[in-house]
Design a protein around this ligand. Structure first.
Ligand SMILES: Cc1ncc(COP(=O)(O)O)c(C=O)c1O
Length: 315
């Protein structure tokens, strides 16, 4: 859908595609559990051999439809909703980093993300090195170590409003054999689609412009499907070697371009459980339906303020 339609169409139409007689509006599947016919079918669902629903912590149709809309808007292969932007950022890193690992991060990021990365992840044995996003390539490259697993930045930083050179960050990350993760909360895919500039994973706090009505805290992770995990298999054992908690399944082999997002859903969400409630996903979807109308107005408002300040000799 994302290749054929403009963002404004995707805002309204993507994700939920009802068949004849089904509700036109995305329903709230307010159900913990889903019916199955046989124990064998349930076992296949649990073993990821068949796609379908059985327990909302793992997957829910309302959440999946909204995640699919955001994936279409970003031009990714799939997405997963989380309870908050904080949860999205935690999962995005923890999906590929474990105790003893390290990642590199732009120093211009949201304070909550800074605390998560610098303080809380450190307690889990994951170290971060912050770099100035405006530093030359060589200086940023010096921050990489043998155990570095990712590069992270915000497309427009909160609160300093610095615009990330995504192409530069992608070039550096890929030279080092790691993915670039971009928090795209502020521009939203209406104003910037980081995958088009080389990012591999996009995260959002949907709490802001995407929700748009200040009703629901939420987050999202989108996978471009572009990073070749197997080409760097030694760095990413969680994706490229068998998962003992899934009967020895190897995500990169079993799911190819969907390996990262499948692991995030099937393993991290199963174990950590920070799901977005279907009710909040429904409200988020209503916000997304007008994102293409609201973002240009936000830009117009910001330009009016900036022009006023620029022309004021007291500033
Ligand atoms: C850029 C950015 N990322 C992540 C977050 C965290 O999101 P949430 O408040 O939804 O947990 C925020 C919150 O302000 C943010 O501005």
């Amino acid at each position: 859908m994302s290749k054929k339609f403009n963002p404004e169409t995707l805002c309204v139409q993507a994700g939920w595609t009802p068949k004849k007689g089904e509700p036109r509006v995305l329903p709230i599947y307010q159900s913990t559990t889903f019916k199955y016919d046989t124990s064998e079918q349930m076992a296949r669902l649990f073993d990821l051999e068949e796609s379908g629903y059985f327990y909302t912590r793992l997957q829910n149709p309302t959440n999946d439809a909204v995640a699919a809309k955001i994936a279409a808007l970003e031009g990714g292969v799939a997405a997963m909703l989380t309870a908050s932007g904080q949860a999205a950022n935690f999962y995005a890193i923890f999906n590929i980093c474990q105790a003893g690992d390290h990642f590199v991060c732009s120093s211009s990021i949201y304070g909550g993300t800074f605390n998560l990365f610098a303080v809380t992840l450190k307690k889990l044995g994951i170290e971060v090195t912050f770099v100035s996003p405006d530093a030359p390539d060589e200086e940023i490259e010096k921050a990489f170590q043998a155990n570095t697993k990712a590069l992270f930045g915000e497309s427009i930083s909160n609160p300093s409003l610095e615009v990330l050179d995504i192409e530069k960050f992608a070039r550096i990350a890929h030279k080092q054999g790691v993915p670039l993760i971009v928090d795209n909360t502020f521009p939203t895919p209406i104003n910037c689609r980081p995958f088009e500039w080389g990012a591999d994973i996009v995260v959002h706090s949907t709490t802001k412009y995407m929700d748009g009505h200040a009703t629901s805290v939420g987050g999202c992770i989108v996978d471009s499907g572009n990073f070749d995990w197997d080409a760097h298999a030694d760095k990413f054992p969680g994706l490229c070697t068998p998962d003992e908690s899934y009967h020895g399944l190897t995500y990169s082999k079993a799911f190819g371009k969907m390996a990262y997002i499948t692991k995030a859903t099937a393993q991290l969400m199963r174990d950590l459980g920070s799901i977005q409630s279907p009710q909040n996903a429904f409200l988020l979807n209503i916000g997304l339906e007008t994102l293409h109308l609201r973002m240009p107005q936000h830009c117009k408002n910001a330009l009016a303020v900036a022009t006023y300040l620029h022309n004021n000799d007291k500033v």
